[in-house]
Design a protein around this ligand. Structure first.
Ligand code: NAP
Length: 409
């Protein structure tokens, strides 16, 4: 019968290894564990993915939005995908009609997700247009180090650095809240090039030094893993050891959601821990440079670190006028003092926080350790409840309006 002879073509969901920055977001967002990884690649397990697309929008790079039409019997296996350095070309004859063959409902979901890469919340309505994926692992931009300054105090256990990269004549437009990928030189134990690592831009859009086409990063030297075992972070040690004049290969920029509002009168509520302060520093600096314009809008910051010595940008932050930014530090390891997290400080300021969030011109940003996500949401919920508000009802609205943004690792 002619019909049964037609090949059974499927649209196989894949991850582009050239763009993927191995941030684990897709694996975390897959509700049926259809995404896995080894030390090299992230892949979609063939035959397991049910095309729910929950992973598409959160991906900061769009690498997850990769598809190939293949005969069902010839789907790319997990082993094949784990060995890839780049996606295979579309097989000849496997793509009759291209994506126009998709059910309209799937078409719609994929198109909407691609448009919203970088988060499941839209950006603030007044955010500037972000550029993404201008440079890839196959075609990275080369930047020159123009500064590498230790931010942590002499007594600090961590080495956190403010690293400035100059792009010279290369166009590398970034916005506050976007990230860039760094390609460490050399190869891993399998002889394959190291995969990129993602860092938030810590400088405002017009440059660390205005009109100098440079960006700053906040990088902590990784010397131990999450369980305290000694490890040497490949990219962080490479970056922290850089000297002025050294070259760095950079990809990106990435991110279309965690962006700041541009309209006069917009308020920023920023909550961060450790190096999660990078985007907050970028946004604060953008607003600081515009103080003279008297555009209105307030800034409120909750910033957690082990101690003042471990807190990046502690000195400069304290010099900002109180009428410009309302700063609340939370130190967790100061001898003789109780352990304090950002969520404790949010609860102490419950009335102010609740009133601030209720203002339709307030945009909330949370960045730092994965563990704080839940605790901070709970603190917001407690603050709202104390003042008669209902966080559970408000949160979906905030997200829909691009007013609540999370970036945690
Ligand atoms: P850290 O020094 O390990 O921790 C900072 C503070 O957060 C400490 O006071 C810590 O307290 C506290 N903390 C721990 N668990 C918490 C929780 N559940 N809720 C609230 N506070 C908590 O931080 P870090 O090493 O700098 O890590 C910052 C995170 O930001 C990393 O995950 C990093 O990947 C991420 N990030 C970095 C960048 C960048 O561009 N570099 C950008 C975005 C995000 P104790 O440890 O004393 O308990």
């Amino acid at each position: 019968m002619a019909e049964s002879a037609a090949p059974d073509i499927v649209r196989q969901h894949l991850i582009d290894p050239e763009i993927c920055i191995r941030c684990n977001t897709c694996e975390e967002s897959c509700p049926i564990d259809a995404i896995t990884h080894d030390e090299r690649n992230y892949i979609v397990i063939p035959g397991k993915c049910d095309n729910c697309n929950a992973c598409i929008a959160p991906c900061p790079t769009g690498a997850i939005d990769s598809w190939r039409r293949v005969p069902r019997a010839q789907m790319y296996t997990a082993d094949e995908q784990l060995a890839w350095d780049s996606l295979p070309a579309e097989r000849e004859g496997a793509a009759p009609g291209g994506d126009a063959d998709l059910p309209p409902e799937v078409e719609r979901i994929v198109a909407a997700a691609s448009a919203g890469q970088g988060g499941d919340s839209p950006p603030p309505w007044s955010a500037a247009h972000p550029y993404i994926n201008l440079y890839t692992t196959a075609r990275p931009a080369e930047a020159t180090v123009s500064g590498n300054l230790r931010l942590t105090g002499d007594g600090a256990t961590s080495d956190i650095r403010h690293i400035v990269l100059d792009f010279g004549t290369i166009a590398f437009p970034v916005l506050e809240g976007q990230t860039i990928g760094v390609l460490p030189p050399g190869a891993d134990e399998h002889g394959r090039p190291h995969h990129p690592r993602l860092y938030s831009v810590a400088s405002p859009r017009e440059g660390e030094r205005p009109r100098y086409n440079n960006v700053a990063l906040t990088v902590k030297r990784v010397t131990e893993d999450h369980d305290g075992r000694p490890v040497r972070g490949v990219a962080s040690n490479f970056l922290c050891d850089l000297a002025k004049g050294d070259k760095v290969r950079v990809i990106g920029p990435f991110g279309t959601s965690f962006l700041m509002p541009n309209h006069p009168g917009a308020n920023l509520l920023m909550v961060c821990t450790g190096t999660g302060s990078a985007p907050m520093r970028a946004m604060t600096e953008r607003r600081r440079r515009r103080i003279a314009l008297a555009e209105g809008g307030r800034l409120m910051l909750f910033f957690g670190a082990r101690s003042p010595e471990e807190l990046p940008y502690f000195g400069p932050l304290q010099k900002l006028p109180a009428e410009f930014i309302d700063i609340n530090f939370a130190f967790s390891r100061v001898s003789g003092e109780p352990k304090r997290y950002v969520q404790d400080r949010i609860r102490e300021r419950a009335a102010d926080v609740a009133a601030f969030i209720a203002d339709p011109d307030t945009y909330v940003y949370v960045c730092g350790l994965k563990g704080m996500e839940q605790g901070v949401a709970q603190a917001f919920a407690d603050a709202m409840r104390e003042t008669g508000g209902e966080w559970e009802a408000l949160l979906p609205e905030l997200r829909k309006q691009g007013r609540y943004h999370l970036e945690t690792y």
